[in-house]
Write a protein of this length. Structure first.
Length: 319
């Protein structure tokens, strides 16, 4: 009798366990420090992700983010479009589900005060991250200056080490970005080139693995909805938002607003046009970008662009 009772309890427990839904796997999103990604961290700080499995993973460079994505350590990555193309050129199944920002002055070439024009970097040591973005900005700056790569000495270094290298005079100029730009300008660096001179060419996007999208589309939708809720909070509470961002960006509250001056952040409807039109508005700039990357040997092979973009997971209306 007792044995039967235990068997009954065991069967009931098995049934109950079988009915318990499996917890959602985490949606791990890799980023480096960049103002355009801060709305993700603001959303986390405000508790928008508390009811979701979203986990933000911080890396010191875009190169590390790309490596983590390739190795399966993260399901999503915040990257510039050129970095995304470099990552996806070998057939990784992923989609661009969100345009996070468009750089309009936040990516720059800085130099020592005595270097007064872009062409004067000829024969100098130029620090740059060994990423698609670093190579692309440098290539476009050299085109503007009428110089070739063999007329400068490129010193490869991560963004996290650029500030110290500049202070130590190990380089004469830097291909860098916010918030390093703001900090070095305050120390007397001279700006020679910026992304406003190549409008629409440097675009930050959110890339998500196709297998995660297929299994958990609602999680992707919730993530993107929370992104736009975070943008709305920034508009309504600019001072509080800036205060929350100071620690990660390593600037003061007043400087946070300056960082965003060099960015344009698309809303829902602009995202729908960029990713969802036939063809997507982002397609032509992406094709031009890919051609430049191929010509500069920053990309080994073309990427199939049209299937890459999707507006399917955008909210139907603003939050």
């Amino acid at each position: 009798m007792q044995a039967r009772m235990w068997r009954g309890w065991a069967v009931l427990l098995f049934v109950l366990l079988g009915c318990t839904p499996e917890p959602e796997p985490p949606l791990r999103i890799g980023t480096n420090v960049w103002p355009g990604y801060e709305p993700l961290y603001l959303a986390r700080d405000l508790g928008y992700f508390d009811a979701t499995p979203v986990r933000l993973v911080e890396y010191t460079s875009a190169t590390e983010v790309s490596r983590a994505f390739r190795n399966g350590a993260i399901e999503a990555a915040a990257l510039t479009l050129d970095e995304a193309l470099s990552l996806l050129q070998y057939g990784a199944a992923a989609r661009v589900v969100l345009v996070m920002d468009i750089s309009h002055g936040a990516d720059v070439v800085l130099a020592r005060p005595e270097i007064k024009e872009l062409r004067a970097i000829k024969g100098r040591r130029v620090g740059a991250e060994s990423s698609a973005l670093g190579g692309y900005v440098l290539a476009r700056a050299l085109q503007f200056a009428g110089l070739s790569h063999n007329e400068i000495t490129v010193v490869s270094m991560p963004v996290s080490g650029q500030e110290q290298a500049f202070k130590d005079r190990r380089v004469d100029a830097l291909v860098t970005m916010e918030p390093v730009r703001t900090r070095l300008l305050a120390q007397g660096a001279r700006q020679l080139f910026d992304s406003s001179q190549i409008p629409g060419e440097i675009v930050d996007v959110l890339v998500v693995r196709q297998d995660y999208i297929d299994k958990h589309p609602q999680q992707v939708r919730r993530l993107i909805a929370n992104w736009f809720s975070s943008l709305e909070y920034m508009k309504e509470h600019p001072n509080n938002s800036s205060q929350r961002m100071t620690k990660r960006l390593a600037v003061n509250t007043a400087e946070v607003g300056l960082l965003f001056n060099g960015l344009r952040i698309p809303g829902i409807e602009e995202n729908r046009k960029l990713l969802g039109r036939t063809p997507p508005d982002l397609l032509a700039p992406a094709q031009k970008l890919m051609q430049t990357l191929l010509e500069q040997n920053l990309l080994d092979k073309p990427v199939a662009l049209p299937p890459l973009f999707t507006a399917r997971y955008l909210p139907d209306s603003p939050p």
